[in-house]
Design a binder for this molecule. Structure first.
Ligand SMILES: [Zn+2]
Ligand SMILES: [Zn+2]
Length: 105
């Protein structure tokens, strides 16, 4: 189960729905990162959860997953972000505006 939170920056109005830290999904670990290229906050896949030493053993044949890349634009200009950190865009404070429990996987 993945827990996601809706967050909003009081300074620049940036909004996102993210886990706010390292999260383990069925296939992969993700980390919440800010993309400097397109200015979005999102959970970025960082590695496979089941077998990090054999990244080629994807449980979904034919599907290649991109790690360490922005899901929106594919950029690797990413900055790690956790709950409690200031807004990576304007250094304002980011607050939770909602909480979602998602039965992913
Ligand atoms: Zn901001
Ligand atoms: Zn991006």
């Amino acid at each position: 189960m993945a827990e996601l939170f809706e967050v909003q920056c009081g300074g620049c109005g940036l909004t996102a729905t993210v886990s706010g830290g390292r999260d383990r999904g069925f296939l992969c670990w993700s980390d919440t990162m800010y993309c400097e290229s397109c200015g979005t906050l999102s959970d970025v896949l960082v590695k496979y959860a089941n077998d990090p030493t054999h990244p080629e053993s994807s449980p979904t044949p034919g599907e290649s997953l991109e790690f360490g890349q922005c899901r929106s634009c594919g950029s690797k200009q990413l900055v790690l972000w956790r709950f409690g950190d200031p807004c990576p865009c304007c250094k304002g404070s980011i607050k939770k505006t909602g909480e979602l429990c998602i039965l992913a996987d």
